[in-house]
Ligand binder design. Structure first.
Ligand SMILES: Cc1cc2nc3c(=O)[nH]c(=O)nc-3n(C[C@H](O)[C@H](O)[C@H](O)COP(=O)(O)OP(=O)(O)OC[C@H]3O[C@@H](n4cnc5c(N)ncnc54)[C@H](O)[C@@H]3O)c2cc1C
Length: 418
């Protein structure tokens, strides 16, 4: 078969990697580099160069499919850099943070850890999230309906339990109450890099986009088209014509949309008979988050002894992070969300925006309906948004699901699934 894959994020690349060799593939990506939400830049600091991830940065050898894909693409365990999963929470108008979680025993030498009730409240987020997972709560149940916060922590709900999810999803701390508990919980339940202990998170040395580039190098029987945006799709008998914005066309037997739901809905706009699909895709809502990489300590606590890997500023119902590259990378480079902040970093070296799916109850229903539409008339959907948890693992899992439908067992499927 000749298959068109739209989107060279982790899902599209993993799908192409699995199907190439068995099928002829056209892989279309609108940006000038592959990787999607994995976007790495080089920061130059005092004669050194440090790769910095603007979007996806946390990966994990606890992601089984992603880890196997990483190994198959030529990376080893040493390519994963442990980074302390410490967090500071602070109000924008207060000098002293209200939480500074442990870092590592050695690195904590020069830090002042601040625990107390907010730390206990953070633990209750992890414990509740784990319960939501263990009890396999229905995806339509909201955080407000599911949460059973211990009474003493209730007062810290917005500032702690909602503040962390709000920064992940780019919504207000108030909105977190109306998100799907399962969609939120997956990020904070054990065994994620534990917020209870100072267990390390992991970064891919050289940046997460390295994996995308390695996968492109290993593609077989694939035409990779960068700066190629799918504009629209036409059906001609059993085949499709994919039309790029530039006017280039590609005739294929099946199309895999490995792009966000809103982008897939737009590309399907003029395809006859796609109304139901577009309604399903329209039920996924996205939030825009602006990011900047910078060299000044914008978004960091006044006092260096309160600095953590992730520093969350809570302000006017929003909560935005500044990630410090000091722990693990040993450099004062920072990446901040700044969608709603009043000020901006002074020494900005790069900026970009992402749109991230909100784990709403409606998205949960749409996901189930999308699953029922998979393959209908030759149209398929991959991407982290098609799974409960928006992660690298989910992106690869969605690719494996499609590869199972579209090819017989091959060596690469074996490498990921055996
Ligand atoms: C800011 C941010 C940080 C994140 N951090 C982490 C993290 O640390 N760890 C983690 O596991 N997950 C993280 N995630 C989740 C991340 O979304 C997933 O891990 C995964 O990268 C999603 O991959 P994807 O292939 O499904 O989608 P995407 O990465 O969105 O890829 C879709 C691709 O399609 C392209 N495209 C869109 N429309 C078209 C079109 N019409 N024609 C052609 N191409 C098109 C896009 O340019 C993009 O390259 C983060 C997400 C965001 C937004």
């Amino acid at each position: 078969m000749r298959i068109g894959i739209v989107g060279a994020g982790t899902a599209g690349l993993a799908t192409a990697w699995l199907l190439s060799g068995s099928h002829e593939i056209v892989l279309m990506e609108e940006r000038d580099t592959p990787g999607g939400d994995a976007r790495t830049i080089s920061a130059h600091t005092g004669g050194d160069t440090c790769p910095v991830d603007l979007g996806v940065h946390g990966v994990s050898d606890q992601f089984p499919l992603w880890s196997r894909l990483m190994r198959s693409a030529g990376f080893g365990p040493d390519d994963l850099l442990p980074v302390p999963a410490s967090r500071t929470l602070l109000h924008h108008d207060q000098e002293r943070p209200y939480l500074v979680s442990p870092h590592t025993p050695q690195a904590d030498r020069d830090r002042e850890v601040i625990l107390g009730p907010p730390w206990e409240a953070l633990k209750s987020l992890s414990l509740e999230a784990t319960r939501w997972e263990d009890e396999e709560l229905h995806g339509e149940m909201t955080v407000e309906e599911a949460a059973n916060w211990p009474q003493p922590h209730e007062a810290l709900r917005e500032e702690v339990m909602h503040a962390l999810p709000a920064s992940v999803f780019g919504c207000t701390t108030h909105d977190v109450a109306h998100l799907s508990a399962r969609g939120v919980g997956g990020f904070f339940a054990a065994p994620q890099p534990s917020i209870l202990e100072a267990a390390p998170a992991q970064h891919l040395r050289g940046g997460t986009q390295r994996l995308a580039l390695a996968l492109v190098d290993q593609l077989r029987t694939t035409e990779v088209r960068l700066r190629a945006r799918l504009h629209r799709l036409e059906r001609h008998g059993d085949r499709f014509t994919m039309i790029e914005t530039s006017g280039h066309t590609h005739v294929v037997d099946a199309v895999i949309f490995a792009i966000p739901a809103y982008a897939a809905a737009a590309a399907l706009q003029s395809l006859g008979g796609s109304t139901r699909l577009r309604t399903v895709l329209g039920a996924f809502t996205y939030q825009t988050i602006d990011y900047a990489a910078h060299l000044d300590p914008f978004g960091m606590p006044e006092d260096r002894k309160h600095w953590s890997t992730t520093n969350v500023t809570v302000h006017n119902g929003w909560s935005e992070t500044t990630t410090w590259y000091g722990p693990g990378h040993d450099t004062d480079v920072f990446v901040s969300q700044f969608t709603h902040r009043r000020s901006r970093p002074d020494r900005q070296i790069a900026r970009t925006s992402f749109r991230t799916p909100l784990p709403t109850p409606a998205a949960h229903c749409a996901r189930r309906r999308l699953e029922q539409c998979q393959g209908e008339g030759g149209l398929y959907f991959a991407g982290a948004y098609t799974r409960t948890l928006n992660s690298q693992e989910s992106a690869v899992a969605s690719a494996v699901d499609l590869a199972r439908r579209l090819t017989h067992a091959n060596d690469r499927m074996g490498q990921l699934t055996n």
